[in-house]
Design a protein around this ligand. Sequence first.
Ligand code: AMP
Ligand code: ZN
Length: 138
Amino acid sequence: MEDCIFCKIVKNEIPSIKIYEDDKVFAFADINPILEGHTLIIPKNHAADIWEITPEDLTAIHIASKKIASAIQKALNPDGIALLQLNGRGVNQVVMHYHLHLVPHIKGGADLPITNWEIIPGDMEVIQKTAGKIAGCL
Ligand code: AMP
Ligand code: ZN
């Protein structure tokens, strides 16, 4: 897609700090890292989000995520790695080309707030009704 910044990265029209690539995916360092080692994996084919990406590209992203998470483990020895993926403006997706964030956490380092939500028991009736609604659409 012409005006897509991540398509431009794939085509090497704008620079990136490349970490990995294969025939379907490209991985590079996030230039605004939440924490050290923050990496993005994107499909080479443009797709805006989870609804647009093909099952084949999604599979390739997740196979690559295992490879890259292992490399991050070796390189940085984190005590955890969060995989985050945002879809839609309502959850603050900024770049409208599918991307999976890999964010390692180093022991004793800064916290990753999104992984630390408060556990509040929900209303079981509402939970059941909503789950039924979703299941009914499959
Ligand atoms: P989001 O769409 O909110 O999931 O996040 C978009 C991510 O892309 C942010 O973490 C940005 O820092 C990152 N980003 C935007 N432009 C670039 C770029 N040219 N190179 C590397 N990372 C980028
Ligand atoms: Zn794109």
